[in-house]
Write a protein that binds this ligand. Structure first.
Ligand SMILES: *Cc1c(COP(=O)(O)O)cnc(C)c1O
Length: 458
């Protein structure tokens, strides 16, 4: 089909919003390793997870074999408020790059929370409500997950307690106010409200916090308050399951025009948007039906895939969460505070970790100044102001498109544009003022936390 027939935006109709989530694990020969009880080191059973997570979500978390899960009607209803999201041909970016490559992006920033996180927040809030809970607790780093969850809790009538990494709490006061507008309470982490928060503050006075700390606090509060459970916006199998709507829609849109991507690219923090975007394509690859290249793009300042170790580790700093086998920099790892681009979690989804380990996926690490250079070029050509996290994927896509320019290959690239960057203007300001620096940890910087992981696995 000739290019001119492909619209700038490929929209699906409301009827084409997926009615089922796709569970990539069903098609994996090597399943991701099970979560372990940190005390006994035995695979966790559903009843052990029940004090922390909602029942229905535990079932999804532990199910490696069911390929499709029905999306509840109520969740579909709220999906209709902002889905289907558009799949967009980056004609202007292609022209600016002078590349023969064809670049498409799936844009998930078209809702007030500003990111793909709402896809899972709605599902998790729905199941919490259905279980008769009063509320949920969570952590948020840059604030997108907290915002999405606050919105979802407002829709379903749940209380929402958010522990926000202190550095973001201070840098992004407006994010905090959006969450409060949706009715959530927001506490900077580490706080003195929890036992684990007080311990962390004693050990690291003046710390700007990390996702790992905030997770520990949120879990402690959930397990010590009647009628509350903890919910998480990334990393977990259930989150990748919910995010499969991204990939299912993107594939349906491209299929309409007979377009098959050669390369699929996503930014990787905990792996949820990437896992969701690639899901149906990776399913085809695993079943031997099609071949694609998949590329995870991560920050050079928090390089879990490219410099981490594949081993069991804690998901949180307080070491109270289950052990997960993943690519990790160690639960003690705290990225440099001058890192502005989000994606600061020390570990990675067990699903993506296994796929990467088995050679189904590639990963690259990029520096933040080059990420903001890509973000600015994208804003000036495509008009959308991208989130710094999303801009890692833009960087990855531009780099692949520039390779095509050298070789003359007309490859088709699909990348995930996970969100907008309106709350990240301090970081943009640093970039524009030339005060943004790159901080790449040395091997010596990484050694202590990675050695701790190795010791844990002996
Ligand atoms: C949270 C977030 C990410 C990273 O999380 P993943 O679980 O790796 O997808 C990327 N982009 C945006 C806009 C986010 O809010």
């Amino acid at each position: 089909m000739s290019d001119t027939k492909i619209p700038y935006k490929i929209y699906l109709s409301e009827d084409e919003i997926p009615k089922q989530w796709y569970n990539l694990r069903a098609d994996m020969k090597n399943k991701p390793a099970p979560l372990l009880n940190p005390g006994t080191r035995q695979p966790l059973k559903a009843e052990e997870l029940a004090p922390i997570f909602c029942e229905e979500l535990i079932k999804q978390e532990l199910d490696d074999t069911t390929a499709y899960f029905d999306i509840p009607e109520e969740v579909q209803y709220y999906y209709r408020t902002y889905r289907p999201s558009p799949t967009i041909r980056a004609y202007n970016l292609e022209k600016a790059l002078g590349t023969p490559a064809k670049i498409y992006y799936k844009f998930e920033g078209n809702n007030t929370s500003g990111s793909h996180k709402l896809n899972s927040a709605l599902a998790q809030a729905y199941y919490a409500k259905k279980q008769g809970l009063k509320g949920v607790t969570t952590e948020t780093g840059a604030g997108q997950w907290g915002t999405a969850l606050s919105m979802a809790c407002a829709f379903f009538g749940l209380d929402c307690k958010v522990y926000m990494v202190k550095v973001s709490y201070e840098q992004k006061p407006f994010r905090r106010e959006v969450m409060r507008t949706y009715g959530a309470s927001v506490t900077p982490s580490p706080s003195t409200e929890t036992e684990i928060g007080r311990k962390i503050l004693e050990k690291h006075p003046g710390t700007t916090g990390s996702l790992g700390c905030a997770i520990s606090e949120a879990v402690e509060v959930a397990t010590t308050h009647e009628g509350y459970r903890y919910v998480l916006g990334s990393v977990l199998n259930q989150v990748l399951l919910h995010q499969s709507v991204i990939g299912i829609e993107a594939k349906a849109a491209l299929d309409k025009y007979g377009v098959k991507p050669d390369i699929i690219i996503g930014c990787a923090g905990g792996g949820s948007n990437l896992g969701g975007l690639i899901a149906p394509f990776m399913g085809e690859k695993l079943r031997g039906e099609q071949d694609y290249r998949f590329i995870a793009v991560e920050p050079a300042s928090c390089p879990s895939f490219t410099r981490g170790t594949f081993a069991y580790d804690f998901c949180d700093t307080g070491m109270i969460c289950p052990l997960a086998k993943m690519y990790t920099l160690g639960s003690d790892f705290i990225p440099s505070p001058n890192h502005a681009g989000g994606l600061r979690f020390h570990g990675m989804s067990t699903i993506l970790s296994q796929l990467y380990h088995d050679g189904y996926m590639e990963a690259v690490a990029v520096e933040q100044t080059s990420v903001f250079e890509a973000a600015e070029m994208f804003a000036r050509t495509e008009g959308i102001l991208p989130a710094p996290e999303s801009s890692h994927a833009i960087r990855g896509a531009i780099d692949e498109a520039l390779k095509c320019k050298e070789t003359g290959e007309e490859k088709t690239i699909l990348f995930g544009l996970t969100g907008t960057g309106y709350f990240d203007m301090v970081a943009y300001e640093h970039y524009h003022d030339g005060t943004m620096t790159d901080s790449i940890p040395t091997d010596e910087d990484l050694a202590p936390s990675i050695d701790a992981v190795k010791a844990l696995n002996q």
